[in-house]
Write a protein that binds this ligand. Structure first.
Ligand code: NI
Length: 134
């Protein structure tokens, strides 16, 4: 089954329409100790790792690529619209999108977008624990 963005629930459509900043997640709601976040992305994020948590991605629109480095071996996963993927804790990863994409992320409240370890953060990447929806 593929997801047509025109069938996205109204809440998500409205939320995505409410901001333009790239790599700067908005917190849609919280579930116990977890945030449900949405983000618009394009181009490259930064190599980083979350030593304390897995990170869940759902591709709402567009296509996302995640480069992964495990035990010195680098690989890429390409995630079309509708895909889900979990980056395990501690694994170096760098999301990117050539097409531009909208994502839903599920991760513990307080999780920093650039992880607990990261390469120098470029100016276009927002190092944040998520912003409230306005
Ligand atoms: Ni991450």
């Amino acid at each position: 089954m593929t997801t047509d963005p025109t069938t996205l629930p109204t809440l998500l459509k409205t939320a995505l329409a409410g901001f333009e900043a790239l790599w700067s997640p908005r917190i849609v709601t919280r579930v116990n100790d977890y945030d449900v976040r949405i983000a618009k992305v394009a181009g490259d994020h930064v190599w980083h790792a979350h030593d304390d948590t897995d990170e869940f991605f759902l591709v709402i629109e567009g296509e996302l690529t995640i480069a992964l480095r495990e035990a010195g071996v680098e690989r890429e996963v390409t995630l079309p619209q509708g895909s889900v993927f979990v980056v395990p804790r501690g694994v170096d990863h760098k999301p990117s999108s050539r097409t531009g994409a909208a994502l839903l992320l599920f991760e513990p409240t307080g999780t920093l977008t650039v992880g607990t370890r990261h390469e120098p953060v470029p100016a276009h990447v927002d190092a944040t624990t998520g912003h409230p929806l306005t």
